[in-house]
Write a protein that binds this ligand. Structure first.
Ligand code: NAD
Ligand code: USQ
Length: 405
């Protein structure tokens, strides 16, 4: 296959590009390097040393890897260049990772909210419009999030995208249908992903585009077999308060002797997947595209669920780290249960990497090895969800927000 990987310099995109090239596909990375620019904005850098994209690609080639192309394009702003690229490359598939993906970053200020909305919605819509304008039959696989569903399930298992409902018509007939599972985003970032879903539904219906939306859980881990071939191919590892995700943060915090930062009671239950399974899921999704005219194919890309405080105990138990319960900077339910259907990937042959297998070697191989690069001042989560939570705002100066479900 010829595959464009939008956002192919990022945490999920880079190992996916290498994995697909290793399978013999012709891969072109399309990225505007905005994630590297945000590192400078936040002065918070990957724990692992990331070399420039050009060096990554040269090293991969020198080690005998199948050549990977690269184009610096802002998918949200440079529509004509994106269109030219699609028309010129005639890809069989486009994998779309190119969005601002950190919930805390999206909540930092009005500027960050507006950037996240502008970037994510325009990137997704530009890709869809360009595929239609190209006249080509390109399969689009998008990295969405489990967070589009919200995390409260009223005891049911979250289905893969669609909820069966039964309605009673005026003449009393009972009609069964499937609707998109009701969106319930928990941040501006997550909200952009719920809007992406509507773009996809519309373009699949109106233009017959073949679209797969991968509702991914929190990705943990760092390396895949390909990124381990040379230190210059290593994947990024974010641990800062905006981009670090919870399990990788706990692993890093344990490695540097920083108390594990559990927000609130730690009763939040979330879905997880190892980066090795992310790249495999994208492969499986590309190998099993929807038919033209089919509704958007939605797959839950996660392998296990865990409660945050249980994760902290697990990491503490295997490393001796201390657990600290800190005020929650987010506006989220303090406790929730989460049960998720992920049969589609299991049926395609996914064999999940579980936490119990990979956890300790992740601490020793990556977090401890690069602990000397850590800037401990970047660990606290300082981005708050509401004015009421912002430091220095007296309670009477901000309206009381409602507790979300
Ligand atoms: P990342 O920030 O590491 O990578 C995103 C890449 O996209 C970066 O290289 C960035 O430079 C690029 N990019 C952003 N906007 C762009 C634009 N307008 N034009 C071109 N390139 C652009 O993020 P990630 O962790 O690799 O996440 C990739 C995707 O997977 C995101 O859409 C995210 O929502 C989704 N996802 C990530 C996780 C996770 O835990 N990391 C979990 C679920 C879903
Ligand atoms: N949390 C802590 N302590 C920390 C960091 C986080 O207790 O030090 C808690 C948060 O309050 C939250 C949970 O851990 O309840 C998850 O936070 P996270 O930062 O690991 O994940 P999230 O903000 O949901 O975002 C990440 C990715 C995003 C992706 C999403 C998948 O950054 O791109 O879409 O995971 S999901 O969570 O399934 O929606």
């Amino acid at each position: 296959m010829r595959i464009l990987i939008l956002g192919g310099d990022g945490f999920c995109g880079w190992p996916t590009a290498l994995h697909l090239a290793d399978l013999g596909h012709d891969v072109v990375i399309v990225d505007n390097l905005s994630r590297r620019a945000i590192e400078h904005e936040l002065e918070a850098y990957s724990l692992t040393p990331i070399v420039p994209l050009g060096t990554r690609l040269r090293v991969w080639r020198e080690l005998g890897g199948r050549a990977i192309g690269s184009e610096r394009v802002d998918v949200a702003r440079e529509y004509e260049r994106l269109l030219e690229l699609i028309v010129g490359e005639r890809p069989d598939a486009i994998v779309h990772f190119a969005e601002q993906r950190a919930a805390p970053y999206s909540m930092k200020s009005s500027r960050h909210k507006r950037y996240t909305v502008d970037n994510n919605l325009n990137a997704t819509h530009n890709v869809l419009a360009a595929i239609v304008e190209s006249g080509l039959d390109v399969h689009l696989a998008h990295l969405g999030t489990m967070g589009v569903y919200g995390y409260g399930t009223a005891g049911m298992r979250i289905p893969e995208g669609y909820l069966p409902v039964e309605v009673t018509t005026e003449d009393g007939t009972r009609v069964r249908q499937e609707i998109l599972y009701p969106a319930n985003p928990g941040s501006i970032y997550h909200m952009t992903k719920t809007q992406d879903q509507l773009f996809f539904a519309y373009y699949a219906k109106n233009d017959g585009l073949r679209i797969t939306d991968l509702h991914q859980g929190i990705v943990w881990g760092t390396n895949t077999p390909q990124t381990l071939r040379d230190e210059r191919l290593i994947n990024r590892f974010d641990y800062d308060g905006d981009y670090g995700t919870v399990l990788n943060r706990f692993l890093m915090q344990a490695a540097v002797g920083y108390p594990l930062t559990v927000h609130g009671t730690g009763g939040q239950t979330r879905a997880f997947i190892h980066i090795r399974d992310t790249v495999r899921c994208v492969q499986l999704a590309l190998e099993n595209p929807p038919e033209r005219g089919e509704r958007v194919r939605i797959l839950n890309q996660m392998t296990e669920t865990h409660r945050v405080r249980d994760l902290a105990q697990l990491v503490a138990g295997s490393t001796g780290a201390h657990v600290e319960f800190v005020p929650n900077p987010r506006n989220e339910a303090a406790e929730n249960d989460l049960h998720v259907v992920n049969d589609l990937f299991l049926d395609m042959g996914l064999r999940p990497t579980t936490l119990s297998e990979g956890l300790l070697c992740e601490v020793t191989d990556v977090a401890r090895r690069y602990a000397h690069r850590a800037d401990l001042t970047k660990i606290p989560c300082t981005s708050t969800w509401t004015r009421r939570q912002a430091p220095g705002v007296p309670p009477e100066a901000a309206p009381q927000e409602l507790t979300p479900t």
